[in-house]
Design a binder for this molecule. Structure first.
Ligand code: MF3
Ligand code: CO
Length: 236
């Protein structure tokens, strides 16, 4: 899982450097798929429940599962890239939201809160803690700052399958849920909205958007629970 996750992190890091006004998410998707091939690995999302692409590219008010398009990104956009790899029988999964050129102060604040909420969750991923400690850490960080947590989509266990038990909600109660043990690996992935938490799925059956048109951001890491604490596998 360390190897699969490192491939995800490296490719996401290269994608990050390509993001600028004028590039299309179609081009980013082709790049990611090509890089996966070079590393003898498979894109985890392509064909998953018939998902049509390798990358999920969610723009502005899109929350998750946006399908790559040939529409160029423009200055001021925020773009969430979510990518998964299958290598040597194991999966890795990560996401991040990036600014396109200069973005508004409010958009920048949303990105920072979302990334920090992921760190708040990870910081609770110790053996002996419960899953609810992770969920509550994310939720309280976000809500204290006046943002809202998407409830209809959650993180997940990950291993020989992309999605395994347990589900990892970004809201919940401390002290509740399964006890974390060394060897468990979780994909923790807060999806955070500027305004209401309510989301809906578009007619393409994939793209999830905010109901009120507010911005949404998404950060995800694949995190192993070790006896020393959390080990983030999707770091460069
Ligand atoms: N990273 C997302 C997840 O954890 C994306 C997978 S959905 C897919 O569920 F269909 F695009 F694969
Ligand atoms: Co995931």
């Amino acid at each position: 899982m360390r190897v699969a996750s490192k491939i995800v992190a490296d490719i996401l890091n290269e994608l990050r450097t390509m993001i600028q006004p004028g590039i299309t998410t179609y081009e980013l998707d082709k790049f990611a798929s090509n890089e996966a091939k070079k590393r003898n690995s498979k894109c985890a999302f392509l064909g998953y429940h018939n998902y049509p692409s390798s990358l999920c590219c969610s723009l502005n008010d899109q929350v998750v599962h946006g399908i790559p398009t040939k529409t160029p990104l423009v200055q001021g956009d925020i773009i969430s890239l979510d990518f998964g790899i299958y290598f040597d029988d194991f999966f890795g999964d990560a996401a991040a939201t990036f600014p396109v050129g200069e973005i508004s102060k409010s958009a920048d604040a949303l990105l920072k809160v979302t990334e920090q909420s992921l760190q708040a969750g990870i910081s609770m991923a110790y053996p002996g803690n419960r899953l609810g400690d992770v969920s509550f850490a994310v939720q309280s960080y976000v809500e204290d700052k006046g943002y809202s947590v998407v409830r209809d989509f959650v993180g997940h266990g990950i291993g020989r399958n992309l999605h395994e038990d347990p589900q990892v909600p970004n809201y919940g109660q401390s002290g509740k849920g399964v006890v974390l043990k060394p060897g468990m690996v979780l994909a923790i992935e807060p999806m955070i909205n500027e305004k209401s938490h309510e989301v809906k799925v578009l007619k393409d059956k994939w793209t999830v958007v905010t109901c009120d048109g507010g911005l949404s951001a998404h950060f995800e890491h694949t995190v192993a629970i070790t006896d020393k604490g959390p080990e983030i596998l999707t770091l460069v």
